[in-house]
Design a protein around this ligand. Structure first.
Ligand SMILES: [Zn+2]
Length: 482
C-alpha cells in the first residue's frame, strides 16, 4: 500500500499537504529537504548545500556518547569523516549523561549546545529523539535571541520516536515533562542502513510511539466535542492514513529490519512529527497514553532509576488507554450523569494534587508544577459548562466518531507483539510493579493541562478503582492465539 502522503517527495509532498483541511496557511515551514533512502549518508553534503550551508560555515555536530554501528563501521566517526572530506570544519559537541547514566532533554544540556553556536555556523545532530530535541531547541533559543535562522540538519539514527520533524521540544522542567514551542529542522536524513543497524528495541519503540494515535486521536476529538480544545482538525489523521493496516502489512519487514520496512517506518514517524507541527500541538499523537507514560517516568526519575524506552512504554500505556476507552464507550450513559457533580472545587483539586505528588517530591515542586498546569484545564472545564448538555444530547453520534478512532486493547497488544514488542509492564526495562502503573493510570490526568479521557473518569465521578482493576486485567491476559 503506497502512502497517500510521502514526505520523501518533498515539494510534491508539501503541495499535496497544503490542500488538506486544517493546513495552517501562511505558516513558514523551513523543512524542505527530507531524504529517506539507502545510502542517504553519502548525500549529506548535497543536502547541506541545498539548505544553503557552504563549506565556509563550521558545522557544530551534536551527539551523545552512545556508540553506534553502520554495517562494519562506527557510525559517528563515519559521519564526521564524510563531512570533513567534503570540506567542512567539523566541531563535535558531545552531550554527557547525567547521574542516571542517560542524557535527558533538559535545560542544562540545551544551554550547553547553545554555547557552541554562532551566527556563521550550521548545526547537524547525529542521534535519536533526545539528542535531536536538545540540538533543535538550542537552535531555536539561539535564533530567538539573535533574530536569525541557523541552518539545522537532523541525521536520524533510529526509527525510535515521532519527534524528529516536529517544531516542539518535550523538556524536563522541575522533573515534569513539558512541551516547549521550538522549531523545525531544515533537513532530515534517514539513511536506511543506519536505521537498520540501530538496536532492535529502538525500532520496536518507534512502532509503539505511533500506536499512541489509537488513544490520542480519540482524546483530541473528544476534547473538541466537549469544547475543551477548539484546535482540532482532521489533518493529522488524513496525513497519517490507515496506520494499523500499514503496520500490519509490514510486521515481517519490521521484525527483520528490511530496508523497505525501515523506509516505511521512517516516513510514518516523519508524518507524525509533521502532523503535530501543523497542528501546533502534540495533541494528535499525545493523549492519555503519554501522560500515563510521563507519570511512570516521573516515578523512575525520583527513584534515580533509568527510564524505559519511551515508545515501548507508550505502546503499553496505549493498551491501558484503549481498555479505558472500550469501557467508557460501552457503559457511559448520559442519562445517568449528575451534571451538577461534574465540576470539582478548585481548592479541593489543588490539595489533592499536592497530596498525590508529595511522596514523590517532598519539596512539592513537582506537585506545584502539576497544579499550575492542571488549574488551566479546570478553569477551561468550568468555562465550557454550557456545552455539556449539547454533548450529552449528541452522545450517540459522538460515540461512533470516537469509536472509529480507537482500537481494542487486544488489537494493539497483538500488533505490538507481532513486531517483537513486550505486552506486559513487567517486561519493560526497568520493569514496573502494578502499584506504580496504577499510580500513573489514576493520577496522570493531574499532571497536564491537556484534556484526555482520564479527566472524564474524574469529573464524571466514575468508580475509578473498579475501572483500574478491569483495565489492568486486560493487560495481563495471555494473548489470544492467531
Ligand atoms: Zn511519544
Amino acid at each position: 500500500m503506497p502512502l497517500a502522503y510521502d514526505p520523501a517527495e518533498n515539494e510534491h509532498f508539501w503541495e499535496k499537504v497544503r490542500q488538506l483541511p486544517g493546513f495552517p496557511h501562511g505558516e513558514e515551514i523551513c523543512l524542505r529537504s527530507m531524504l529517506i533512502e539507502s545510502n542517504a549518508l553519502f548525500r549529506i553534503q548535497e543536502i547541506l548545500r541545498h539548505i544553503g550551508v557552504t563549506t565556509e560555515q563550521p558545522l557544530v555536530v551534536v551527539m551523545d556518547t552512545t556508540p553506534m554501528r553502520r554495517g562494519e563501521d562506527d557510525l559517528k566517526p563515519l559521519v564526521l569523516s564524510v563531512l570533513s572530506q567534503a570540506g567542512w570544519e567539523v566541531q563535535p559537541c558531545v552531550l554527557q549523561p547525567d547521574s542516571s547514566g542517560q542524557v535527558h532533554t533538559d535545560m542544562p544540556h540545551i544551554l550547553q549546545v547553545k554555547e557552541h553556536l554562532s551566527s556563521h555556523k550550521a548545526v547537524v545532530s547525529v542521534g535519536s529523539g533526545v539528542v535531536t530535541d536538545i540540538a533543535k531547541h538550542a537552535c531555536y533559543l539561539f535564533d530567538q535571541e539573535h533574530g536569525t535562522h541557523l541552518p539545522y540538519l537532523v541525521y536520524q539514527t533510529a526509527n525510535s520516536v515521532s519527534a524528529y520533524t516536529s517544531n516542539m521540544a518535550p523538556t524536563l522542567i522541575e522533573g515534569v515533562k513539558r512541551t516547549l514551542p521550538s522549531r523545525y529542522p531544515d533537513a532530515l536524513i534517514c539513511d536506511l542502513e543506519t536505521l537498520r543497524d540501530a538496536p532492535r528495541e529502538m525500532t520496536i519503540a518507534g512502532v509503539g510511539d505511533l500506536l499512541a494515535v489509537f488513544v490520542s486521536m480519540a482524546d483530541w476529538y473528544l476534547a473538541y466535542r466537549l469544547g475543551m480544545d477548539e484546535t482540532w482538525t482532521p489533518l493529522p489523521e488524513l496525513l497519517m492514513g490507515p496506520l494499523d493496516e500499514l503496520l500490519l502489512q509490514n510486521v515481517k519487514g519490521i521484525r527483520d529490519s528490511s530496508l523497505e520496512a525501515m523506509a516505511l517506518l521512517a516516513k510514518l514517524i516523519t508524518l507524525g512529527g509533521i502532523a503535530m507541527s501543523l497542528s501546533h500541538a502534540t495533541a494528535p499523537l499525545s493523549g492519555f497514553e503519554h501522560i500515563i507514560s510521563h507519570t511512570l517516568d516521573l516515578q523512575n526519575e525520583v527513584r534515580s532509576k533509568l527510564l524505559a524506552l519511551h515508545g515501548t512504554q507508550i505502546a503499553l500505556a496505549t493498551v491501558l488507554g484503549a481498555a479505558a476507552y472500550r469501557i467508557f464507550l460501552e457503559r457511559f450513559d448520559p442519562e445517568q450523569l449528575d451534571c451538577e457533580r461534574c465540576y470539582p472545587e478548585s481548592q479541593a483539586m489543588h490539595q489533592w494534587i499536592l497530596k498525590t505528588f508529595h511522596p514523590l517530591d517532598p519539596t512539592d515542586r513537582a506537585g506545584g508544577e502539576c497544579w499550575s498546569d492542571y488549574r488551566i484545564k479546570l478553569e477551561k472545564w468550568y468555562s465550557v459548562r454550557n456545552k455539556l448538555q449539547e454533548f450529552l444530547a449528541q452522545w450517540e453520534e459522538i460515540r461512533l466518531q470516537v469509536a472509529q478512532r480507537t482500537r481494542s486493547p487486544e488489537q494493539i497488544r497483538k500488533l505490538f507483539a507481532a513486531v517483537g514488542g513486550p505486552t506486559r509492564f513487567s517486561e519493560l526495562e526497568p520493569p514496573f510493579e502494578e502499584v506504580e502503573v496504577r499510580f500513573a493510570f489514576l493520577n496522570a490526568p493531574l499532571i497536564r493541562k491537556r484534556f484526555t479521557i482520564g479527566d472524564l473518569f474524574i469529573w464524571f465521578n466514575w468508580d475509578r478503582e473498579a475501572l483500574w482493576r478491569e483495565v489492568w486485567e486486560t493487560t495481563q491476559k495471555p494473548l489470544p492465539p492467531e
